[in-house]
Design a protein around this ligand. Structure first.
Ligand SMILES: NC(=O)c1ccc[n+]([C@@H]2O[C@H](COP(=O)([O-])OP(=O)(O)OC[C@H]3O[C@@H](n4cnc5c(N)ncnc54)[C@H](O)[C@@H]3O)[C@@H](O)[C@H]2O)c1
Length: 344
């Protein structure tokens, strides 16, 4: 354990951990103290019924940042956290480590919430799912957008409706640090999950158009889908827009719903008349922090043993579709050609 590096601290936090167990608190740890993991630690530190046992990160600077913020012990390896004793973990380490870390935690009968995407490959995702099932532990995937109150309002508005089409835009500037994935795995996987969730149906046909205008991997993607239930959907995503925008439109037989996932404004048009007129109303949208709602859903699934809000199987299914979008023939990803300017 490396929190302030002292034995005193170790025995103090070990005692604290024993007390937490005795008090019936769920002992939880966070693995990875980067952008997402720091947020997990911040939220978990404020949740009732939980003892934040500690946060793991191999980088001392990141450990210090999270200790300053969440006032919890830190560890430099997953093994140290597991030895300290936890009932559950959230995994927010880089995606290529999800499989090994999840399997190590599951082998200790520890419940797991793993950030999206569940793993680097569908095979690795299946391994995590199978291991969790065999061990009888809860496995949830961090598709946090489902917990965005605007998304929840859209889901509620389309209940019982015959969905015809869905359009999702998720664009913005390049992230400050480029990871080793492009926009499809990083961003579009959120929306693939939403399309599957809104329609309660599998995606059976994928038509991707990809381009890498600036980055090595695809940084523009226009993706078209058809679900088994016959819904047409498209995702427009890129890292070439100077501002962030996230919007969802859903056309049903009776309604047209528009949601801005950032401002959280959701409107629906309904009562279509033959003369082209219709009514419109703003829907009521909650104020919950999506990550807080997601982590509470995970804790509830752990304590009740019920199916989690986003299952491992769903995480794998969305990853499989995202990977399918990248399965285009060599040379089919448009590369920058110069001059790109339109002739005047
Ligand atoms: N749900 C979302 O909206 C969302 C948003 C961003 C990232 N993510 C996901 O969260 C994960 C982390 O992304 P990030 O942006 O926070 O990355 P990040 O690079 O900011 O953080 C990753 C952290 O993991 C640490 N780490 C590396 N090896 C480790 C190990 N063996 N054990 C523990 N920690 C280790 C790194 O030092 C780093 O601090 C990724 O899977 C990413 O796809 C999800």
């Amino acid at each position: 354990m490396t929190a302030s590096g002292s034995t005193q601290k170790n025995s103090t936090s070990d005692k604290g951990n024993d007390n937490a167990k005795a008090a019936g608190l769920l002992r939880i740890g966070v693995i990875g103290a980067g952008v997402m993991g720091s947020n997990h630690a911040r939220v978990l530190a404020g949740l009732p019924g939980v003892a934040l046992v500690g946060v793991v990160d191999p980088l001392a600077d990141n450990r210090k940042r999270v200790t300053d913020m969440a006032a919890c012990p830190t560890f430099s390896s997953v093994e140290e956290l597991l030895n300290a004793g936890v009932d559950a973990v959230t995994i927010a380490a880089p995606t290529h480590l999800h499989r090994d870390i999840a399997l190590a935690c599951i082998a200790h009968k520890v419940h797991v919430l793993v950030e999206k995407p569940i793993a680097s490959t569908a095979e690795e995702g299946h391994e995590i799912v199978n291991a969790a099932r065999a061990a009888g532990v809860t496995l949830m995937v961090g598709h946090v957008e489902r917990f965005n109150p605007a998304v929840a309002a859209i889901k509620q508005a389309i209940k019982g409706e015959e969905i015809l089409s869905i359009g999702i835009t998720r664009v913005g500037p390049f992230p400050p640090r480029m990871s080793n994935v492009g926009v499809v795995i990083d961003l579009a996987v959120h929306d693939i999950d939403l399309i599957r969730w809104f329609t309660d149906s599998d995606i059976v046909d994928v038509q991707p158009q990809l381009a890498s205008a600036v980055a090595e991997r695809e940084d523009i993607a226009l993706l078209q889908f058809r679900t088994a239930s016959g819904v047409l959907a498209h995702i427009n995503t890129n890292w070439l827009t100077p501002f962030k925008a996230r919007s969802v439109t859903v056309a049903t037989r009776e309604k047209y719903i528009q949601g801005d996932l950032l401002t959280r404004q959701v409107t629906e048009c309904f009562g279509f008349q033959r003369d082209g007129s219709y009514s419109m109303r703003h829907l009521s949208v909650g104020h919950d922090e999506p990550l807080r709602a997601e982590l509470m859903a995970f804790l509830k699934a752990v304590s009740t043993g019920d199916k989690p809000a986003v299952t491992g199987e769903e995480g794998v299914a969305s990853l499989e579709i995202a990977i399918k979008c990248l399965d285009v023939p060599a040379g089919a990803i448009a590369q920058p050609r110069r001059p790109r300017a339109v002739a005047s």
